[in-house]
Design a protein around this ligand. Structure first.
Ligand code: GTP
Ligand code: MG
Length: 151
């Protein structure tokens, strides 16, 4: 099954939203396979957001993302990369639908509380950047047959 990289950003941690964000993914039926609590270095963040290095907001983004601890996670499930971003909502919270994490819990694009991989390939890269292979755990969700059409 597919995996995605989801991260609670420093504002999400400071605002006490870690549990709420995890709960959304749990309740959806996705499976948590890795989780850390870490204050990320600028070096790691530069690699993580390498695609955005030419953007005018890049310095602010680095400052924001390195301002405190974050909660990087790996979630597994059918179509989890795309659906994970649906749960997060649009990048700009002003455009995120109500009911989504960003739509319900934040206001500004520069303080949008969570990150989600934008494609299966970037998910692979991001998972490898934030986790060792050993930290990603293979386990069976006991209620899988009630979530997926398997017999
Ligand atoms: P992530 O899940 O965080 O990667 O967001 P995204 O994939 O929806 O958007 P993108 O990768 O394009 O941008 C990464 C992050 O940079 C966003 O989540 C925002 O926190 C920040 N960002 C993007 N666009 C802007 C902008 O126009 N202004 C500011 N201040 N920040 C921005
Ligand atoms: Mg992105």
């Amino acid at each position: 099954r597919e995996r995605t990289f989801i991260m609670v950003k420093p504002d999400g941690v400071q605002r006490g939203l870690v549990g709420k964000i995890i709960k959304k993914f749990e309740q959806k039926g996705f499976k948590l396979v890795a989780l850390r609590f870490v204050w990320p270095s600028e070096e790691l963040l530069k690699q993580h957001y390498a695609d955005l290095s030419s953007k005018p907001f890049f310095p602010d983004l680095l400052k924001y993302m390195s301002s405190g601890p974050v909660v990087p996670m790996v979630w597994e499930g059918s179509d989890v990369v795309r659906t994970g971003r649906v749960l997060l909502g649009a990048t700009d919270p002003a455009a995120s639908a109500p009911g989504t994490i960003r739509g319900d819990l934040c206001i500004k694009v520069g303080r949008n509380i969570c990150h989600g991989s934008d494609a299966v390939e970037s998910a692979k890269k991001e998972i490898a950047l934030w986790f060792t292979e050993k930290e990603v755990v293979n386990w069976t969700l006991a209620n899988e047959a009630w979530i997926y059409e398997i017999n």
